[in-house]
Design a protein around this ligand. Structure first.
Ligand code: 5GP
Length: 121
């Protein structure tokens, strides 16, 4: 997949549209999802132009990967859900229903998130 620099998260990274920022470092930005599916629903994104998890795993640097992993943990700490628990989800590829083609992790918590929902075969 070719990266589309007009996607909504690229616009957030460029400051063209606002977000409710939770955390930022050299390689990552974390902000509240506009349509939260749990009391805490944060999106963690890399600043690099990666379409999805497959793209990131194949081409990101080790430094970017480490920063992304640490950002997810930091967001859980900052939002107070690290002790009660949370779910991390990334939709990747056609079957996943990924809507925004810039890699993002959903970090969900603040209440029991229920069983993992899987598609029926
Ligand atoms: P996906 O389906 O790609 O895994 O998830 C995309 C997520 O981005 C959705 O949960 C949706 O609510 C969120 N989203 C879409 N547009 C915006 C926006 O403009 N701002 C923020 N903060 N979240 C957005």
């Amino acid at each position: 997949m070719t990266y589309d620099s007009n996607n909504i998260f690229a616009k957030i990274l460029r400051g063209e549209i606002p977000c409710k920022k939770i955390d930022e470092d050299e390689h990552t930005l974390s902000f509240a999802d506009i349509n939260p599916q749990a009391p805490v629903h944060i999106l963690v994104i890399p600043k690099g132009a990666y379409c999805d998890w497959a793209d990131f795993a194949a081409t990101a640097s080790a430094v970017e990967m480490a920063a992304f992993t640490k950002a997810i943990h930091r967001v859980a700490e900052l939002t107070g859900i690290s002790k009660t628990g949370y779910r991390v989800i990334s939709n990747t590829g056609l079957d996943s229903h990924q809507e925004v083609p810039h890699l993002h992790m959903h970090v969900l918590g603040g209440a029991p998130v229920g069983p993992l929902v899987l598609a029926k075969s």
